[in-house]
Design a protein around this ligand. Structure first.
Ligand code: DX5
Ligand code: ZN
Length: 228
């Protein structure tokens, strides 16, 4: 890696994005305030529609409610079919970033990314563990974030799928070659034991649900995830 590439890489600073999927939904305001006090960099919000994934979580009104409790960026991960119908509502609710699945958008992905940007938030592409990076090569230049799932979406607390790491490495190589310090986000099964490996592979935005919420010392766990 050249000095310039290394410099660009450094710009992709490590950020921790705890997922409120693991929070007590009846005390969501307290949960996000605590995350902010404990050093979280972003709040990851998992929106599930009961069709793209089996369960339902919450919609844009919850995002608006969370927005009133924190000034941190809200990273909205849409696990929904037809995300293009929802983008405007999540943008109005205060989403800072909206990420959509390749598997949900199909060939319309570029248009959905454009729609997100036109509505205001930054945009991101998500790929499941069994979707290859090739499927989104042509969209990488149009997104701000690439979110690589390290579990199959739908549930918190699953085991990290190791074989997604080469995909993270490949994505970082592509961004480095283009001289772009783009965010690579990883989501699912991240722990204090495996976080070093995902960072080494090139991920810089670390989503983590259970590891943070089940910890006895949230601030220490967030700091460890950031610095380990
Ligand atoms: C899974 C979600 C994740 C999940 C991560 O569908 O997208 O964001 O909350 O939770 P952990 O870190 O517990 O695997
Ligand atoms: Zn998520």
């Amino acid at each position: 890696m050249s000095d310039l590439q290394e410099e660009e890489r450094m710009k992709s600073e490590i950020r921790i994005a705890p997922s409120v999927l693991s929070a007590d939904f009846a005390a969501m305001g307290d949960a996000v305030e605590k995350l902010e006090k404990c050093g979280a960099d972003m709040i990851h919000c998992d929106v599930m529609d009961g069709t793209f994934v089996p369960k339902l979580t919450f919609g844009c009104d919850m995002i608006a409610a969370i927005r009133r409790h924190t000034s941190l960026p809200l990273d909205v991960h849409l696990m929904v079919v037809n995300p293009q119908n929802q983008v405007r509502y999540f943008a109005e609710a205060g989403a800072s970033i909206i990420t959509v699945h390749r598997e949900a958008c199909g060939d319309d992905l570029k248009n959905v990314l454009r729609l997100i940007r036109n509505c205001g938030p930054r945009c991101g592409v998500v790929i499941n563990p069994d979707t290859s990076l090739k499927e989104v090569y042509d969209c990488l230049e149009f997104c701000d974030t690439l979110l690589i799932m390290s579990v199959f979406p739908g549930l918190g607390g699953q085991k990290f799928i190791e074989h997604v790491l080469p995909k993270v490495e490949e994505a970082r190589r592509i961004f480095d070659a283009q001289g772009i310090a783009k965010d690579i986000e990883i989501d699912g099964g991240i722990t204090e034991e495996n976080v070093r490996r995902v960072k080494d592979a090139g991920a810089n935005v670390i989503v983590t649900g259970n590891t943070v919420f089940k910890s006895a010392d949230m601030a220490k766990t967030i700091l460890n995830l950031k610095t380990l």
